[in-house]
Design a protein around this ligand. Structure first.
Ligand code: ZN
Length: 86
């Protein structure tokens, strides 16, 4: 789906059919509407997909670097050293 912006009034993201956005009408059969199929997602529904810290900011980069470092340590302990925790 093609990201078509944020609706402030209802606090949700709008996604449109990518074929309709590109005006490739003949190949799209997802909706009878001229505008194409529209799907909305709500930010508060899934914090993993829509985190409170935007992914484009430097703060996110620092948080993500720490998170992946922790995951690498867990992988090293569980898979490489074959440690199990009871
Ligand atoms: Zn479509």
């Amino acid at each position: 789906m093609y990201y078509s912006g944020h609706c402030k009034d209802r606090d949700r993201q709008k996604w449109r059919c990518p074929l309709k956005v590109k005006n490739a009408d003949s190949t799209c059969h997802c909706s009878t509407s001229h505008y194409g199929r529209v799907v909305y997602t709500h930010s508060q529904d899934n914090l993993r997909l829509f985190p409170k810290t935007p992914r484009s900011c430097p703060t996110w980069k620092g948080i993500y670097d720490k998170r992946t470092a922790a995951e690498r340590v867990f992988k090293r302990q569980k898979l490489d050293f074959k440690l199990t925790f009871f």
